[in-house]
Write a protein of this length. Structure first.
Length: 252
């Protein structure tokens, strides 16, 4: 996710200087070569040189990272956290002087088609627009109350994995029915992309569009019957509920 954000920032704001600090030196070298970032040795150095700091670490190590660098964050810093499950209030206890924005992006940001949900309680209008501009460089931006963030994490944050699994299953099913794998892949991708775009462009309920495809006694309604028998819809509901539960656990 850090690379996706860096890619978006450097492509749309080439006048900005992006500093990066990471324990993986090979990773920072790759970012330098790909996006022209500048590697610095520590978070202390980042804080000394930058006003906006994006905290792009796993939620399990947020406390460790911030607790060991708390003294370097001042009231001149705007910190943007993409760590799942870690609330604004928890972040504030770790770095009480800084202004904080919480963001839940997703992996399609890597190609500029991400969905990022943002929340904050303390930034002004200018900062609001600045943060929004950063994440618009990698896709769509939505501001929401923090109470929705566990649901957002489970739906759009984790959601690409569900879609990839579905696409993989469609490809394998096509191969199982005798299609060459490359053709099955193209057909599955075109079908998923086209169907999603049709929901967006028409504004119609997905159920209404589904009914347009399921003619009486046809092939599609037979397939839908099997999906319902096997609990397809319920599996998605339970998967998203499980992801939301895990997001809440990470914040405890």
């Amino acid at each position: 996710m850090a690379e996706a954000i860096i890619s978006g920032i450097t492509e749309s704001h080439d006048q900005l200087q992006v500093l990066v600090s990471d324990i993986d030196i090979k990773r920072t070298q790759l970012l330098e070569e790909s996006y022209g970032t500048i590697t610095v040795e520590s978070i202390k150095s980042i804080c000394e040189q930058a006003d906006i700091i994006i905290l792009a670490v796993k939620p399990q190590i947020v406390k460790y990272v911030l607790a060991n660098n708390q003294e370097f964050f001042t009231n001149s810093h705007l910190v943007i956290s993409i760590a799942a499950g870690i609330s604004l209030s928890n972040l504030k206890t770790m770095i009480p002087k800084a202004k904080i924005v919480r963001v839940m992006p997703n992996i399609p940001a890597l190609i500029g088609y991400g969905a990022s949900v943002l929340t904050s309680l303390e930034i002004n209008q200018e900062e609001h627009l600045l943060v929004e501009e950063i994440f618009k460089s990698v896709g769509h931006v939505y501001w929401m109350d923090e109470k929705y963030f566990d649901a957002v994490t489970s739906l759009s944050g984790s959601g690409p994995a569900y879609v990839y699994l579905f696409i993989e299953a469609m490809i394998d099913a096509g191969v199982n029915e005798g299609l060459p794998r490359d053709i099955a892949r193209k057909l599955a991708l075109d079908t998923v992309i086209g169907s999603a775009m049709m929901v967006d462009f028409t504004g119609k309920h997905p159920g209404e569009l589904k009914d347009m495809v399921t003619s009486p006694g046809g092939t599609t309604i037979r397939a839908v019957e099997v999906l319902e028998e096997r609990g397809f819809r319920n599996a998605i509901l339970k998967a998203i509920a499980a992801a939301a539960k895990r997001s809440r656990e990470l914040g405890e």
